[in-house]
Design a protein around this ligand. Sequence first.
Ligand code: CS2
Length: 498
Amino acid sequence: MSQRSVSSQSPSVPSRLCEAALSTLPAAVARPAYDRARTRIGIVHFGPGAFHRAHQAVYLDELLATDPDWAISAVSLHSPGVRDALAPQDGLYTLVLMEQPPRLRVVGAIREVLCAPQQREAVAARLADPAVRLVTLTITEKGYCLSADGVDAAHPDIAHDLAHPREPVSAIGWLVEGLRLRRERGLPPYTVLSCDNLADNGGRLRRAVLDYAGRLDPDLAAWIGREAGFPRSMVDSITPATDETLRAQVAAALGMEDAWPVQREPYAQWVVEDDFRHGRPPLEHAGVVVGADIAGYDRAKLRLLNAPHSALAYLGSLLGLETVAEAMRHPALAGFVERLMREDIVPSLAAMPGFDPQAYVDAILARFRNPAIRHLLAQIAWDGSQKLPVRLLGTIAEALAAGRPIDRLCLPVAGWMCFVRRQARAGVALVDPLADTLAALGRSLGGDPAADVAAFLALEAVFGPLAKEPRFAGALRQAYAALDGAGPEAVAAALART
Ligand code: CS2
C-alpha cells in the first residue's frame, strides 16, 4: 500500500530537501550510501552547530554505510533553530566541501533533532536508552562552565541545575541527569566524548562532571568515576559559518531548498583516545585515528592552528582585513604569524614520534591561504575571553617558566585588548560570554598602556595567576604600546619588527 516510489508518471520533485527528495537529487550530489530507515540511534550529540554537522556527523555518515548502530540524536541545549530547520528535512542537510569545483554531499547521520528546553522527556529518554552508548559534545569552550579544576558552581546555569537537577539546562546537568537515570535502571553509563577545542577536553569534562555529580550525590559521582569513560579528542576542520551565498549555491545545485546547509574545507582530522568502557563505534573504519595517548595531538592543534587563527583574527581586524585568506596575503601579518608558529610555539611542544612540527606548520599555513575558503576573521574573534587562555596563555606561562622569550606571543593578546577597546568605543557588540564586562572595560580605557593593561589583567577568569607575573605584564604593556592606538600603520609596523 505505502509503496510510493515506483510510478510511471514523472514524480513531482519536492521543493525542500527531505528523505523523499533523495532519489531526485542531481547525480553530482552525493547522498547517504545506506538505507537510513535501517539505522538505529546509538549516539546523543549536544550542540549540533555547523562544526558538528560538517565534521563528526560526516564521519558517522561514512560509518553508517557498514554499521547501522550509530545514527545520531542531535540535541540543541538552548535554541530551537537547528531543530526547526532540520526536522522538516528528516535531519538531512547538505555539506559543501570548499574546493574548486565545490563538492556537495547530503549527510544522513542525524536521525532525530531535539531542542532540550522544549523536549525534556524525549532527551531524557534518549540518554537512558540502552542502545545509546556514546554522548558527544560540541558546545564550545563556554558551554562547559568550567572552573580551574571542576565546574563553576557560581555559573547561573550550574547554580540552576544544582537546585533543580531533574530539569537541567546546562550540558553538565544533562550528562549527569542521564547518567543518574541509567544507574537507577541498572544500565551501564554511556561514554562522554568532548569534541571541543580544549586541551585535555576529556579530562576537564570528567573533572567537571564528577565535581557537579559529587555536589548532588557522592555515590553517583563514585559510580561515574569508576564506570564511565571520558576520552580526550582532537577535532580539526575549518568551518566558516553558513551564509546566504551558501544557501543560494546549495539551492541552485540541488534544485530545492535546504534550510541550513554547512560548508568546510576538504581537510578534516579526528583523533580520539581509546577510553570507551562499554563498546564504541568502529570509528577507525571512517578514518578516525583512535589511539592510546592523544594528548600531544590536541596540544599541537590548539597551539599551532587555533592560536595563530586568533592572532590573525585580532591583528587582522585591526588592519581592516576581513578574511583569513586576505590576512595571509598581508606580508607583515603573514610573516609575523609564521614566526610566531615556528619560533615561539613549536618549541613549546614535546617531541612526538612520527610528528614533524615544521611540516605541520607548512600544512596549516597552506590551509589558511586557501583562496576557496571565505573564513571571516570576525567569526574567529568570537569568545576571545574563552579562547585566549586555552590557545595562547598556557604557551606563554610555559615559555616564562622555561625562560624563553614571550614578546611575540604577547602581541596577539595585546591585539585582543585593542580589538575589545575599538569595538567598545564604536558601540559594536562583542560576541563573548563576558561581553558586558568587556564592553564596559573597553569604554573605560584611557589609552595609557600601564593602566589599560592593568585593567585587563584584573580579569581573573581570563588571566588567572599569569596576571601576577611581572615579566608577562611588562611584555604585554610593551606590545600594547607598540600597537599604539591600533591604527593600521602602527599595527603593520609592530608586526614587521616583532
Ligand atoms: C577557529 C576554529 O573559530 C575559531 O576560533 O579557530 O573554529 C578552527 O577553524 C577550527 O578549530 C579548525 O579545526
